[in-house]
Design a protein around this ligand. Structure first.
Ligand code: NAX
Length: 332
């Protein structure tokens, strides 16, 4: 059996609880791949991972390799093939007597975490390691981490697959079709309420989603907020943020990167811009992507951007630029 090393931060969190069994069950990396899992947590929480490891053992998957719990990021990411950076500090936490509510404070605190994690990954993870940032603010955390890693052969992604799945679900419900009928869903920009879940290039059974739905008012005024505010709606209803669907989206992203994309389709994740679609180079920006037969991940070119889409892309770009400005001290 082939063996791979997968590191996950935030291993005791709620997303990890749904994510970890699926990483070691054969579902994500294949039936014939043994997965060595390193779970990384902050020192105050790391002991809890022993319980998680007991449960993972008790799942009894034949693909389960070595299971390690650590609070040392360097030990965790050494020789990693994949690193899933799920852990981060949530809004509302009290640090040194101050409640962290402002996005700028959140950016700086989490940015501090991602500088250390980024440099450990750059130095110690495999040279072809793939890194998926889930912890928010995901795009800017990935920007900081990638910058600190300074290892161009490693590939950094920030997760927008949950947004894509949410967007597909809304279009499918409106059109009265199975979700599998909805393809070509691009999430442009930031994983935040400014994201642009592109209905103009999405397809339903191969036909433009906008044409099938034939209701511009719904598309432009109802659908976008439904997708952009879905995370908040889940929190309001569940009393906790999305966890099973976030874990599922992380698995979807890993699988999308690891296998060629179906002809004519795309998957969504944020990667470093190469200037495509006028986005400043280096920003970690949500794009429609494809994995080639050779395992390369490419930004799909030539997608039509109408005035409505361009305005949305400009707004999300501006937000990412302001996030970048807020953390410029952490970019080295
Ligand atoms: P939890 O608060 O349940 O778990 C986070 C865990 O991370 C905690 O156990 C904490 O101790 C750990 N942690 C904090 N700092 C760490 C560090 N430096 N090293 C290792 N572990 C560390 O949050 P959960 O619901 O699991 O969400 C995790 C992150 O995902 C949050 O930032 C959340 O905002 C983000 N999300 C991102 C999504 C996306 O689509 N990109 C969607 C879901 C989710 O909201």
């Amino acid at each position: 059996m082939k063996e791979i090393n997968v590191a996950v931060t935030g291993g005791a969190g709620q997303i990890a609880y749904s994510l970890l069994p699926r990483l070691i069950s054969g579902e994500t990396f294949g039936e014939e791949t043994k997965v060595n899992l390193r779970l990384i947590e902050i020192p105050q929480v790391v002991d809890k991972l022993e319980g998680t490891i007991m449960e993972l053992i008790d799942c009894g998957f034949k693909q389960t390799g070595e299971l390690v719990a650590t609070s040392d990021i360097r030990e965790g990411v050494k020789d990693a093939d994949w690193v899933l950076l799920v852990g981060s500090i949530p809004r509302g936490i009290v640090i040194d007597g101050k409640k962290i509510e402002e996005r700028s404070d959140l950016l700086k605190i989490n940015g501090g975490i991602f500088t250390a994690q980024g440099s450990a990954i750059g130095e110690l993870a495999k040279s072809d390691a793939k890194i998926l940032v889930v912890g928010n603010p995901a795009n800017t955390n990935a920007l900081i981490g990638k910058n600190q890693a300074n290892n161009p052969s490693q590939k950094w992604f920030a997760m927008t697959a949950l947004d894509a799945n949410r967007a597909k679900a809304q279009l499918a419900a409106k059109a009265g079709v199975e979700i599998s009928s909805v393809t070509n869903m691009a999430i442009w920009g930031n994983h935040s309420p400014t994201m642009y879940p592109d209905p103009y290039n999405a397809k339903i059974d191969g036909v433009s989603a906008v044409e099938v739905i034939n209701d511009t008012n719904w598309i432009e005024n109802d659908y976008l907020p439904l997708v952009q505010q879905r995370g908040k709606a889940v929190i309001d209803a569940r009393g906790a943020s999305s966890a099973a669907s976030a874990a599922n989206a992380a698995i979807d992203t890993v699988k999308a990167v690891e296998s060629p994309t179906a002809s004519g389709d795309c998957f969504s994740a944020a990667i470093a811009s190469d200037g495509s679609y006028g986005v400043p180079e280096g920003l970690i920006f949500g794009y429609p992507l494809r994995t080639t037969e050779n395992g390369e991940v490419e930004i799909i070119q030539g997608i039509e951007i109408n005035d409505f889409a361009q305005a949305k892309i400009d707004t999300t770009t501006e937000e990412l630029l302001s996030e970048k400005e807020a953390v410029k001290g952490l970019l080295g």
